[in-house]
Every structure is written in C-alpha cells, then in structure tokens.
Design a protein around this ligand. Structure first.
Ligand code: CTP
Ligand code: MG
Length: 413
C-alpha cells in the first residue's frame, strides 16, 4: 500500500488528519552494531518495532510512514505489518537519504493529501510513550505552530573552546534538551522542505530558519535517544523492569537451539591449512576444525540460541551478525558471555543448560567433565554435555560435519 502520488493513498483523504514519519534510515555508527540501528534487537524485538508500538497505541488513527535504509526495505515492511495489524492500510515504507533531513524529506513526500498535522519521530527513541505523541498532536492543533517535547537541562553547561579551555558558563534556565516526535502544521513543513536553507539535525531548526515559531510540551525521560551501547543496555533494563512489573518475567522459560557446521577442507582454495577443532569451548589439538565465520563451535552456538530463544531475544545471527569482522575466528566464550549478559539484563537468570553433539568426532567422553566445568563457569549455571554418533547415517554419519542440539531453562532473576 502506498500513499504517494495523487490520491494513491488507499485511504479516504478525509479519514486521517495526522501523519507520523518515523525515520529509521540511519546506520547507527556510534552504536557500533553489525546492523542498522533501528533493526538492532531490544528486549526481543527491533528498536523500530518498539517505536511503532508508541504510534499504534494512540487512540487516534494516523498515517504511518517509515523511512528505512534501501537494503532493509523488506525487513521494515515486515516489522510495520506485524506492528500495524489491521491498521496496515494506513502505512507505507520509503527509502531514506544520506542525512536525517533527507530521510525526513523522503517521508514527507509520502504524506497523504488530507493530512494537516505531521509528526517526525526518531526510531532511535524506541521507548517513547504514546502519550508523548498525543500531547504533541494536541499542542500543534491548539497553537497552530510547531511543537517539540523538551526536558530541562540538569547539568551545568560550559562553553569550551577548541583547546579545551572553559570560556563561560551558559545560563541553564534558558536551555532545554529536546526530543521527538516533533509536530508541525503540514503546510509549514512542506514549505521548509521544498527549499531547505541548510542541513539541520532536527526539523524544528529547519522550520525556525523560515521564521516559523516553535513551542514546547513536557518531554519524557523514556523518550531518550539510543545512541551508544550504554544507551541500549539502559533501554534493555528499563524494558525488563516494566515487563517484570507486568508479570511476564515471573515464570520459568525454556528455549531450544540447533547448529550445524561442516568440517573445513584439508586445504582451503587459497592453500591454507584447515583450522584446528574447537568444540564445547575446548581446543582439540591436531584435529581438523569446522568451517564458519567464528571458530564453528556448534555446541556453544546451539547453547546461545537456546538461551536467546528462552529469553525471547531472537537468535545468535540477529545479535552478533554473521560477518562482523570483530568476530572472525572468535571462540565460544565471547558469545556465551554476551548472551548471559543479555539474558540477565532482560531480568532472567540461567537455570540449567543441556546440549548434545551429533557426530563421529571428537570423542567427547574423556573431556566431558572439563567442557561442562568450562561452560558452566562462564554461564554461572549447570551445563550438561552429551554426544552421540548417528549410526553412520546422514551428514554426521558420513563425517561431513557436526551438529548440536541444546535446551536452556531460564528463571526469573
Ligand atoms: N536517520 C535517518 N537517516 C539518516 C540518518 C539518521 O533516518 N541518514 C534517523 C536514524 O535512523 C535515527 C534518527 O534519524 O532514528 C536520529 O539519528 P541518530 O540517532 O544520529 O541515528 P544514526 O544516524 O543511525 O546513528 P549515528 O549518528 O550514530 O550513525
Ligand atoms: Mg546520526
């Protein structure tokens, strides 16, 4: 469904008065995650999905336009469809630009003809409550000006020169930290975007460069922008706390994980020797290893997937990516420690984990206790490891590779 073009809106132009543009086309450089920021998981779903919850929880029907990176259009469409449910006919997804302002411009071009009020919102402010959207809409309607949510600045602010020398103390009572959604009278926003005077980091600044006035409503601490890994961890914690209050973290949860890796060829196409074997966190010297972007440790990967599934946090590919250069050759400990941290941040603790290897080698029994102690120590919970051959059947029986199946039990923290 598309709103762009003359009346190609699919909805009656009189039906909605408000459009919400959610900009999600940034790359999230400062977050440093393998995928674009809006698609990074937070409490089991993407940041974008959380941002859309705030939109769809509003009482009023609105047009939603999500601005996404070119390479993520399909994923954005799926997230929008899942969040919108029956309201999917009021939504569209468009491709963003090289700056936030260009992304907003792309969204604005898709606003339906009858819309009078346009809100622009950062997907990165994923936990913004719907009351903040409603307050901005009400204030734009009553003032007929631009309106932005603002919070008082609590720190003392200094003006500092390029050499780090403090020049002056800025009067704090005149300052505000501003958030999104920022709301505007549609005609004013259209005018400013038709011929922007410069590239600004928010829409209020662009509008003011055209001499339009912009008012404020009270912002909300929960609408903070997730910019760094620290912000993401804070958001995880806030979410876990509120879910805990809602009672979703009071019951035990189980999860299942499966992984398969092929044995690496004796010599690669580039002539390199096969890597050595790492399984269940242990190095198996002298044995040909498994191929994979990391060390191919199927047991550890299956355990991580079981833990993430039990926590409702997605899967290992979604959390770590499959081609992050920092994880090339990484051993199991890296994945297990981060997975444990995510699980605990989500308000859960690990009850126990069980994993079974399927393959002809390595012969696990002589080192089973060693592996259980190692993985159990990293996860802070009992880990049981078993192994079986598959009676000569299938790819494991032929010795092409090794598989692992894991189950994890999580308990409320
Ligand atoms: N944004 C966008 N298009 C761009 C740049 C940013 O739609 N070309 C969006 C982001 O997706 C985000 C919001 O604008 O929701 C605020 O930007 P910011 O927090 O700076 O996000 P990023 O630009 O993705 O992050 P970074 O600056 O760390 O790369
Ligand atoms: Mg940015």
């Amino acid at each position: 469904m598309s709103f762009s073009g003359e009346n190609a809106t699919g909805i009656d132009a009189d039906e909605v008065d408000v459009a919400v543009i959610v900009v999600a086309a940034g790359s999230g450089t400062r977050l440093g995650h393998a995928e674009p920021k809006a698609f990074v998981p937070l409490g089991g779903k993407s940041m974008l999905a959380h941002a859309l919850d705030g939109v769809f929880a509003m009482r009023e029907a609105v047009q939603l336009i999500v601005v996404a990176p070119d390479a993520e259009l399909e994923r954005a469409r799926a997230i929008v469809a899942a969040s919108a449910g029956a309201a999917v006919g009021y939504t569209s997804v468009v491709v963003g630009g090289a700056s936030r302002q260009l992304s907003v411009a792309a969204g604005l071009a898709a606003v339906a003809p009858g819309v009078g009020v346009v809100l622009v919102h950062d997907a990165a402010r994923a936990l913004t409550p719907s009351a903040q959207f409603e307050a901005v809409i009400a204030a734009v309607r009553s003032s007929r000006t631009g309106v932005i949510p603002a919070l008082p600045v609590v720190d003392t602010i200094k003006r500092v020169d390029a050499d780090g020398l403090v020049r002056e103390t800025v009067e704090r009572s005149e300052l505000a930290a501003v958030q999104t959604p920022q709301g505007f009278v549609r005609s004013e926003l259209d005018e400013a975007y038709a011929d922007p005077s410069a590239d600004f980091t928010d829409d209020a600044a662009l509008l003011q460069s055209f001499g339009h006035s912009v008012g404020t409503v009270a912002g909300d601490e929960r609408a903070f922008k997730i910019t760094t890994a620290w912000d993401l961890a804070r958001a995880e914690r806030l979410l876990a706390e509120s879910e805990g209050r809602a009672g979703t973290r009071t019951a035990p949860r189980v999860g299942t994980g499966v992984d398969v890796h092929a044995f690496a060829p004796e010599t690669s196409e580039e002539g390199a020797d096969a890597p050595e074997l790492w399984i269940a966190g242990l190095h198996w010297p002298g044995q040909r290893g498994l191929s994979g972007h990391s060390d191919g440790d199927v047991a550890v990967h299956a355990v991580c997937d079981a833990l993430l599934a039990a926590a409702g946090l997605g899967d290992i590919g979604g959390i770590f990516g499959t081609d992050d250069p920092r994880l090339a050759g990484a051993h199991g400990e890296v994945f297990l420690r981060e997975t444990r941290r995510l699980v605990e941040t989500a308000g859960l603790r690990i009850g126990n984990v069980s994993v079974q290897l399927l393959g002809n080698r390595p012969k696990l029994s002589p080192r089973r206790l060693e592996a259980e102690a190692l993985l159990g120590g990293i996860l802070g919970a009992p880990v049981s490891i078993a192994a079986t051959t598959t009676d000569g059947l299938g790819f494991t029986g032929r010795g092409d590779g090794v598989a692992a199946v894991a189950t994890a039990l999580l308990l409320p923290a």
